[in-house]
Design a protein around this ligand. Sequence first.
Ligand SMILES: NC(=O)c1ccc[n+]([C@@H]2O[C@H](COP(=O)([O-])OP(=O)(O)OC[C@H]3O[C@@H](n4cnc5c(N)ncnc54)[C@H](OP(=O)(O)O)[C@@H]3O)[C@@H](O)[C@H]2O)c1
Length: 286
Amino acid sequence: MEKILDGKKLAEKLNLELKNKIDELIKRTKIKPKLATILVGEDPASKVYVNIKHKTCTQVGIESYQVNLSKDINKTDLLNEIEKLNQDTDIHGILLQLPLPLKIRDFTPQFLEKISPIKDVDGFHPINRGKLFDYNEELAPCTPKGIIALLEHYNVEIKGKDVTIINRSNLVGKPLIFMLLKRNATVSVCHTSTRKIDRYIKQADILIVAVSRPKFIQKERIKEGVIIIDVGTNKVEGKLVGDVDFEDVLEKVSMITPVPGGVGPMTVSYLLRNTFSVFKKKLNIN
Ligand SMILES: NC(=O)c1ccc[n+]([C@@H]2O[C@H](COP(=O)([O-])OP(=O)(O)OC[C@H]3O[C@@H](n4cnc5c(N)ncnc54)[C@H](OP(=O)(O)O)[C@@H]3O)[C@@H](O)[C@H]2O)c1
């Protein structure tokens, strides 16, 4: 059994499969899928993420279009920019890079709601969130989709398993609850107010960690044979690391995702897949 859940390798395979499907569809329709990304301000990490998304789009044959907006943009103007993209029939998917600058951050839910639900490749619109409540994952958020795909690819049995998620954000923890319940797991969700968090960590057959704290999980805290999904991304001395002390836990786990090369590439891969999905829907193709 392979111990490392290699997200990079799986993402490359999925992206190649997707590229073939996109090429074939472009040949048939002469239309190219197009994703618009909106970047507000100059946040270096956001710039890096958007660039990775554009680069990977190009690799699979998705055209990408970047809208760069000033950090000083006001609420009305950003809503108008989103509406322009909603109305643009050449644009199939829209992504608003988060987090937004502090000045307008409080309005994030309103901006996400403004994105047309049929172009909502991040799966953050209330309609798509609501569909997930009914176990419809068509436009579910990309990171949870990537995590489930990784587990399923490596034949990890989810049914009947105790899964602990340490995160309750809209991006990671909340969508995962529904995806895991759909697959008949028993789900515990932990956060900063969880009392005696170690009970939940220790009981987990599958532990999903996204707290943004390097070395948050060490071998003393986990059960022998646990499967760990490390979602966290932290910069330590210029290096990207997760929330799990990888070297420390490696002997004790049965499987684990590395950082980098685990959840990150799977997230991007599912962004591309969601973009392809909205594109096909627009063309009325199943
Ligand atoms: N690789 C990828 O593709 C990818 C994608 C998405 C996110 N990420 C990474 O995942 C991490 C989380 O992202 P996010 O957007 O979900 O962040 P977030 O909104 O800040 O959520 C962090 C979560 O962790 C919980 N938490 C923090 N410290 C804790 C502690 N000491 N004990 C228990 N719970 C704790 C928080 O609890 P409260 O709710 O009580 O505050 C919150 O639910 C970040 O490192 C981010 O970069 C990676």
